[in-house]
Design a protein around this ligand. Structure first.
Ligand code: DP6
Length: 330
């Protein structure tokens, strides 16, 4: 019996310029380029064992054996890795997240980045970071952005090879902090994969996509020049545009809950009062309050006084996917 094992850690990421809609759903070629920051402290750790005596792929997530759709999605991703790495073995996958799944903190990004990195390492394959981002993308689009370090741009591309992600700045380049107001830890009603398909049913998607490259250029320049005023404006605008598409899709997708809107209004008020904070939301009700490090404690303190906020998570810029000791994965 031959078994080959490796484990990897990858962080969640928060998009400043959003990925919403695919031109190719199978390959997850996005309609537009996107830009994000990895989130230190919010990660998935995944161990992959390729074994020639295994007779099926298996998945354990946070200690539970997973069957059904969860296992099918992982197995499909393992099929993609097998095809590209020339493997025949099934795999045993053991993974753990240290944050709630399906609540607007992109767990699939961390999960598929860690799965891809561990799968490739266990196979002993020599794969560049760029190629690894394309592998991760096949499992979950945003996972491509959890592979490189710090602040990351995902080029939309027009083929599997050209749709890849790369770092634009290291984690310590700018002391931004994501203060996440958790108002619902419930699993979201419609996941991103179904959401990407519904994006094209909104009349607003064409306009959103048309301006995405320009918004990305503005956001990238704001990050590289550490210009918070310009950054805040474009990040909120891009999030609003994505949610406008979601709300005008058929059937409509409303991820916001009443506290979501209340916190968005407060964040704008706090910024007008002088705190350097802005909001962005993924496919969930939680509000990611992006602020400069010096203002993070005050933002967090204010969020904690709100009765609707059930938890506040704080994440600084994180590193990319890395190989870890297999014995540390539960
Ligand atoms: C709203 O990467 O989770 O968070 O490719 O189907 O796994 P799949 O979708 P996913 O979509 C993320 C959507 C988003 C915006 C973003 O992270 O850019």
């Amino acid at each position: 019996m031959t078994e080959r094992t490796a484990a990897a850690r990858a962080h969640a990421n928060i998009a400043f310029i959003k990925y919403w809609g695919n031109r190719d759903h199978e390959l997850r070629l996005p309609m537009n380029p996107s830009l994000s920051m990895n989130l230190d402290g919010l990660y998935a750790e995944t161990m992959v064992t390729w074994g020639d005596k295994l007779n099926a792929d298996t998945l354990t997530l946070n200690g539970d054996t997973i069957y059904g759709e969860g296992l099918r999605r992982v197995s499909k991703h393992l099929d993609a890795l097998r095809k590209r790495l020339g493997l025949r073995d099934f795999a045993r996958v053991v993974s753990a997240n240290n944050f709630p799944t399906g609540a607007g903190i992109a767990s699939s990004a961390a999960a598929f980045a860690a799965l891809s990195a561990a799968g490739v390492a266990a196979a002993g394959a020599n794969v560049s970071e760029r190629e690894l981002t394309t592998f991760a993308r096949l499992g979950s689009g945003s996972a491509s952005r959890s592979v490189p370090t710090g602040f990351v741009e995902w080029h939309e591309g027009n083929s599997h090879e050209t749709s890849y992600a790369e770092s634009i700045a290291a984690p310590d380049y700018w002391g931004l902090v994501d203060v996440i107001a958790v108002i619902s830890a419930a699993h979201k009603p419609v996941g991103s994969t179904a959401g990407h398909r519904s994006a094209e049913t909104s009349d607003l998607q064409t306009a959103r996509v048309a301006g995405a490259a320009e918004r990305l250029a503005i956001c990238k320049a704001a990050i590289l020049s550490r210009n918070f005023v310009a950054f805040a404006e474009i990040v909120e605008h891009d999030s609003n545009l994505m949610h406008a598409v979601m709300m005008t899709s058929r059937p409509p997708l409303f991820y916001w809950l009443p506290p979501t809107l209340a916190i968005m209004a407060l964040v704008r008020q706090w910024r007008a009062d002088g705190l350097r904070v802005c909001y962005t939301l993924d496919a969930g009700a939680n509000v990611h309050c992006i602020c400069v490090r010096e203002d993070a404690d005050e933002v967090s303190r204010r969020l904690r006084t709100l009765s609707e906020v059930i938890d506040v998570r704080i994440a600084a810029p994180g590193t990319g996917a890395s190989i870890i000791n297999s014995s540390s994965v539960a």
